[in-house]
Ligand binder design. Structure first.
Ligand SMILES: NC(=O)c1ccc[n+]([C@@H]2O[C@H](COP(=O)([O-])OP(=O)(O)OC[C@H]3O[C@@H](n4cnc5c(N)ncnc54)[C@H](OP(=O)(O)O)[C@@H]3O)[C@@H](O)[C@H]2O)c1
Length: 277
């Protein structure tokens, strides 16, 4: 399969490295970034092909847009005339929904020639193969196309399909979540430093505690409340700590963070829809 990756930044690099790591041929991927100089250095580093001309898109089974949401309208409009209706279009741009993607690719009104489009939201832990990619397809995506796209994103970690109405919450939870979790890890470690531990040991201990707790929850399929109860023995240290968290409104802060990020996602989606060329 030949496919094109437009944008090789944080997530694009994870996608490309995942493809190569799992034994696929690097030269089957055409890449496009903002400058020829960067394209040459990516070719030298990974052995990928460079998208020399937009007309090469016609040979690709899948075209994956991994550029910033604000750059997508212009870039999609530039490439759309060269994309065949049988190619699967994949976008990972946060906040840009399937109907906006269709319009950005020049499909206005009702048309028999629609693109199969897949919207995917990966997250930053994809860089180490521990990400989660949530996807939703339009009705023109075939099962084979979905399976091919899944095989690309499975290289980055877990893949889930969810309805599009969940995507603002998904963006806030798994998309922005790594930032919230990093702040929590930092705070845990800082507290241990305050108590006399060296920061390197504290950071490792805090991150491994998060990782281990998450792994235990996922593998045992235990609800978090049960695990919390297992750690909190009667009048023990943990329940004293939980009381302090509750007193300072920890849960309410986490609610607010996820809701704020979700509302921001919806606002950005409205702005993106207004900027379609
Ligand atoms: N980062 C995350 O945690 C995360 C999570 C979920 C979804 N996403 C989504 O993933 C997308 C990419 O995010 P990112 O963090 O990987 O961004 P990024 O690191 O800024 O990468 C953007 C890429 O787009 C390229 N680009 C810019 N203009 C271009 C053009 N005209 N033609 C071709 N390529 C062009 C850039 O090229 P240069 O390398 O030459 O500058 C760069 O490789 C965004 O839409 C974002 O919403 C990101």
């Amino acid at each position: 399969m030949k496919w094109t990756l437009i944008g090789v930044g944080h997530i694009g690099t994870a996608i490309l490295e995942g493809w190569i790591r799992t034994g696929h041929r690097a030269e089957d991927v055409y890449i496009s970034v903002s400058t020829r100089e960067k394209e040459d250095s990516l070719q030298e580093k990974y052995g990928v092909s460079i998208l020399e001309e937009a007309s090469q898109l016609a040979d690709c089974d899948l075209i994956l847009f991994a550029v910033k949401p604000q750059d997508l309208p212009q870039i999609a409009a530039n490439y759309a005339p060269y994309i065949s209706n049988s190619s699967l279009i994949v976008s990972i741009a946060a906040g840009i929904d399937l109907s906006s993607l269709r319009l950005m690719l020049g499909k206005t009104g009702s048309s028999a020639d629609e693109y199969p489009i897949l919207r995917v939201l990966p997250n930053l832990p994809s860089k180490v193969g521990a990400g989660v990619s949530v996807m939703v397809a339009n009705e023109h995506v075939s099962q084979d196309q979905l399976d091919i796209a899944k095989s690309i994103f499975l290289n980055l970690g877990m893949v889930m399909e969810l309805p599009e109405e969940n995507f603002a919450a998904v963006t806030a939870l798994s998309g922005s979540g790594p930032a919230f979790v990093a702040v929590f890890i930092e705070a845990l470690a800082d507290a241990a430093v305050y108590a006399g531990m060296h920061s390197e040991a504290a950071n490792t201990l805090a991150a491994q505690t998060l990782l281990g707790t998450a792994k235990l929850l996922l593998e045992s399929k235990t609800p978090p409340a049960i695990l919390k109860n297992q750690v909190c023995t009667a009048a023990g240290t943990s329940i004293y700590g939980i009381r302090a968290l509750e007193k300072s409104g920890f849960r309410a802060s986490v609610f607010d963070a996820v809701i704020a990020a979700s509302e921001r996602t919806e606002a950005l989606a409205r702005e993106a829809a207004d900027n379609i060329i």
